[in-house]
Design a protein around this ligand. Sequence first.
Ligand code: BMP
Length: 255
Amino acid sequence: LNRLNLPFTERIPYAKNCIARELFQIMTEKQTNLCIAADVTKSADLINLANQTGPHICLFKTHIDILDDFHVDVIGTLQKIAEKHNFLLFEDRKFSDIGKTAQMQYCNGMYKIKSWAKVITAHSLAGAGMLDALKQSDNGIFLLAEISTSGSIIDKNYATKTTKLASQYPDLIAGLVCQSPLFLSEPGFIQLTPGVQLDVESDGLGQKYNTPSAVIEKGADIAVVGRGITQSSEPAVAAEKYKRLLWDAYLKRVK
Ligand code: BMP
């Protein structure tokens, strides 16, 4: 069984996590496996991006703590747009602390991530206890097994151990954040791959980019595109272009 050749709909029965199942559905219905990294620092820009790219994405990925002007109303607005365009809100918090602390970061503070982001990211380095602390019946975690930067100190052993940890939490883990097909024989997990942009190879701060077709060939089920869209003069046009390239590459892969 190799997930790379299976269409998303055929992978639904293997997915134990509710968010993974929902994502397979949304991707199939909207014919998109594009996640936008909405990394902007003003609420108005964040909302504009959601409105403009909404029809073309399955996931709207935020770093909510980079907003200069955060107010809870932003969340309500994003939720309405997400409902209208059928995508999920995804806070890329990369939880990494001891379980108790991660739990408070998830549930409390100014951002109350648990109340609105059904999809979150976590590092695996703290181990199983932290995953227990983030467990909810209706959320999904993407566990970071590899990172897209040059000079990362994550090695093969760490990536393998992370994949093993994910396998022990199939009901909680929606998938892995990685650059290569680490879990070919587990079609219920989703490979999420950031570091995607056309025409640019790096950003001068360690980020490495690959093209849409290259990441899909390397196992990405969902690709994350940030500045390739956010820095375009027409984000909606750019999002549609990335959507098309990614979806065509996916169709070619499963054929
Ligand atoms: P950009 O396409 O503008 O480089 O943005 C990439 C986004 O994906 C950022 O939000 C970053 O935090 C995230 N990311 C990444 O770039 N590489 C990883 O390995 C994991 C990430 O979450």
